[in-house]
Design a protein around this ligand. Structure first.
Ligand code: HEM
Length: 460
C-alpha cells in the first residue's frame, strides 16, 4: 500500500509560497534533507492553494521519466507556456504528433551529423576567444563570453549562411520570450495572452518578428530544396526530410523545431561551459590535468570531433560541472492517473517536479556533494551509481535529443580554450558563485576568470 506523501511544513496562511518564490532550488534541497525523497508543498492562501510534489530519489525519478512515463505528461503550466510562445515542437509535443516529429528530427542528431558540426563549433570558439587577447587586465566574464559563443554556434548550425540575419532578431527578441515563459509559467494567475497589457504586447511583437525571420528563411530553403543546393544547415535538412510515405514537416512545423532548439539549445551549454571554466580556474590541479590532456592529445593541432573520446578527463570535468550546475535544474510533469512512486501515492492531476539540482547533491549517491571532484566520473565509479543519480539530460523516452551535440560542443570549446589560454582564478580561494533559475540555470553573479594567452609551442 502506498504511503501518503509528507507535507513540507510552511507558513500557516501561505504555506511554502515565500520559500518557493524566493529560491525554489534551495527550498527543494531543504525539503529533501529534512522531509525525505518524496515531498509535497502547499503554496498560496486557503482557497487558492496549489500543491506540488517533489521526487528526489533515483528510483522515483526512473519511475516518473521511464517506467511510468505514459502517466507523467508534459501537461503542466511551463510546457503550456512554451507551446504558446514558440509553438509545439519536439520539446512539448505529445502522442502521435510527437512520434512523427521525433522521427523527422532524429536524423539531425545522429553521431555522424553531430560530428559534422564540430568544425563550425571550433570556428566559433576561436572567434570568441580571439577577443580575450585585448581584455583589460586579462580578466573575462565567462558567462557572457560563453553565452555569445554558444548562441553563435547553434544559430550557425541552424541557419547556415543566414546566421547574421537570424542572430540580430534572436539576440533582441529571444530574451523577451524567455522572460514571458518564466513569468507566466510560474504565476498562479495568467491573464489571457490576447489582452493588450504592455507585457503581452511585447511578447507578441517578439514572437511575430521571430516567426517572420524563420518563415522567410524556411521559404527560401524550400525553394532552393527543390534544386537541392547541397546546403546542410538544420533548416535545409528539416525542409528536405521525408518519412517513408513521403510526408514531411510543414513550414510551420520546421519553425517550431528551430525555435525549440534556440530556446533550449544555447543557454544550457553556455551555463555548463561558463561554470566549467570557473571551476577549473578555482581548482588549479584539475585545470593543469585538463590542459595536459589537451596538449598530449592535440599536440598543437586543432581539435576535431574524433578527439572528443580521447579526452576522458575533459569529459569528466564537464560531467562533474553538470552535476553541480545542471543547466535544467528542475523537470516537471503532470500525473494523469493516481500512481505509486517510490512507495508513495501521487494523485491524478498532481504537478510533479524532479530536480537534478537536488538529486545531484543527494548524500546517498554523492560524498561531500558540494565539492568539485571530476574523479567521481571515472567509468568504474559511474557504473557503480544508480542510473538516475545523475540526469542533467533527463531520461526515458523524452531524454534530451541534443545531449551528444551539447557534450561535443562543450568539449570542443573547452579544448580550444585550454589549448590557447591559461586560466586562473580571479576570485579568492573557495569563492563560489551561486545559481539562479532562468530559462536555464544561470550564474547569480559574474563568473570572472583570468586568462593569459599561451604560445602554440607551449601547447604542442
Ligand atoms: C547542457 C546542455 C543541455 C541540457 C542540460 C539539456 C537538458 C535537457 C533535458 C533535461 C531535457 C528533458 C526535458 C524533460 O524531460 O522535460 C531536454 C530535452 C530536449 N533537449 Fe536538451 N539539453 C541541453 C542541450 C540541448 C541542445 C544543444 C539541444 C538542441 C540543439 C537540445 C534540445 C532538446 C530537445 C529538442 C528536447 C526534447 C526532446 C524530446 O522530448 O524528445 N538540448 N534537454
Amino acid at each position: 500500500m502506498s504511503r501518503e506523501v509528507p507535507l513540507v511544513a510552511g507558513h500557516a496562511l501561505l504555506g511554502s509560497l515565500k520559500e518557493l518564490r524566493e529560491d525554489v532550488l534551495a527550498a527543494y534541497l531543504r525539503a529533501q534533507r529534512t522531509v525525505g525523497d518524496v515531498v509535497r508543498f502547499q503554496a498560496g492562501p486557503p482557497g487558492l492553494r496549489t500543491e506540488v510534489y517533489g521526487v528526489f530519489s533515483a528510483d522515483g525519478i526512473q519511475q516518473v521519466l521511464g517506467s511510468q512515463a505514459a502517466n507523467f505528461r508534459k501537461d503542466n503550466p511551463t510546457y503550456t507556456e512554451i507551446r504558446e510562445s514558440v509553438g509545439n515542437g519536439l520539446l512539448t509535443s505529445q502522442d502521435d504528433e510527437y512520434v512523427f516529429q521525433r522521427r523527422m528530427v532524429q536524423p539531425l542528431f545522429t553521431r555522424r551529423r553531430v560530428n559534422g558540426y564540430a568544425d563550425a563549433v571550433h570556428a566559433e570558439a576561436i572567434r570568441t576567444i580571439e577577443g580575450w587577447k585585448s581584455s583589460p587586465d586579462g580578466v573575462v566574464e565567462a558567462s557572457a563570453e560563453m553565452a555569445e559563443f554558444s548562441l553563435r554556434a547553434v544559430t550557425r548550425i541552424l541557419f547556415g549562411a543566414d546566421i547574421d540575419t537570424a542572430l540580430d532578431v534572436v539576440r533582441r527578441q529571444f530574451p523577451v520570450i524567455g522572460d514571458s515563459v518564466l513569468r507566466r509559467g510560474v504565476s498562479p494567475v495568467r491573464l489571457p495572452r490576447t489582452w493588450p497589457t504592455p507585457a503581452n504586447r511585447r511578447t507578441l511583437a517578439a514572437q511575430r518578428e521571430l516567426y517572420d525571420v524563420c518563415d522567410r528563411i524556411i521559404a527560401q530553403r524550400a525553394a532552393a530544396g527543390e534544386r537541392d543546393d547541397g546546403s546542410d544547415d538544420m533548416i535545409s535538412l528539416l525542409v528536405r526530410g521525408r518519412d517513408e510515405d513521403g510526408s514531411g514537416l510543414t513550414g510551420a512545423a520546421v519553425r517550431d523545431q528551430i525555435l525549440v532548439f534556440l530556446l533550449v539549445g544555447h543557454e544550457t551549454t553556455a551555463t555548463s561551459l561558463a561554470y566549467a571554466l570557473h571551476l577549473l580556474a578555482g581548482h588549479p590541479e584539475a585545470g593543469a590535468r585538463a590542459r595536459a590532456e589537451v596538449d598530449t592529445v592535440l599536440a598543437g593541432r586543432s581539435v576535431t570531433a574524433e578527439d572528443v573520446d580521447a579526452l576522458p578527463y575533459l569529459n569528466q570535468v564537464l560531467k562533474e560541472t553538470m552535476r553541480l550546475y545542471p543547466a535544467a535544474p528542475i523537470i516537471g510533469r503532470r500525473a494523469v492517473a493516481d500512481a505509486d512512486v517510490a512507495g508513495f501515492r501521487i494523485p491524478a492531476g498532481a504537478d510533479v517536479y524532479l530536480a537534478p539540482w537536488v538529486t545531484h547533491r543527494h548524500p546517498d549517491y554523492w560524498e561531500r556533494p558540494e565539492t568539485f571532484d571530476p574523479e567521481r566520473f571515472t567509468p568504474d565509479r559511474e557504473a557503480a551509481r544508480p542510473r538516475y543519480a545523475w540526469f542533467p539530460f533527463g531520461g526515458g523516452p523524452r531524454a534530451c535529443i541534443g545531449q551528444h551535440f551539447s557534450m561535443l560542443e562543450a568539449c570542443v570549446a573547452l579544448a580550444t580554450i585550454l589549448q590557447r589560454y591559461d586560466i586562473e582564478a580571479y576570485d579568492p580561494p573557495g569563492h563560489t558563485v551561486s545559481a539562479a533559475l532562468g530559462m536555464a540555470l544561470r550564474p547569480a553573479g559574474p563568473l570572472r576568470v583570468r586568462v593569459t594567452a599561451r604560445t602554440m609551442e607551449a601547447a604542442a
